[in-house]
Write a protein of this length. Sequence first.
Length: 211
Amino acid sequence: MVGVLALLTLAPLLAQVALSFGPVEHFWLAIFGLTLISALSEGSTLKGFMGAGFGLLLSTVGVAVVGGDIRYTFGSQVLLGGSETVSALIGLYCIPVLIDLVATPEAHLKVDEEQRGIRLREGLVHAWLGKLNLLRSASIGTMVAILPGAGGSIASLVSYSEARRASRDSASFGKGNPQGVLATEAANNATVGGGFIPTLVLGIPGPPPMR
């Protein structure tokens, strides 16, 4: 809803911001994304930098955006398009699970005898308690979405970092705090409405799905 309202009311103003977003701003946006590693990998900075380095290595596979050079494809045409983000993330998330399955001989699935059904009321309670977090994250998602090339992943990282910074119980983030989920999903959903601003007004794709 925040993204749609921004599309209806602020499209001309935000379109000017998107139009002035050039290579320099893209560079500093990338640097800003890398600096989020230190904020999001609290307590395990080394692992955060290792993951960031591996992600940067994956991004070098395929045809270079500048210059059109073919890099690290090893003669395979399949790798010309590079590593698709969603597929790479799903595959990487499976690795620690597979290691745990092999290392742990006990049963991994625990059946909950209690049938809780759809927890709509609980979700509405969390949304009401975190209404400021919800509005802040949706606003961040809308503003990030109007930048050409930026998407839900950047908006989710920024909103999550801001939600943890502003929370009184920041230590619980990453350990099941619902406000972290609320922040990332609100920002990710808000990119849909915000992404239509540069797409419809300027003809410049905003988030990658708009392409």
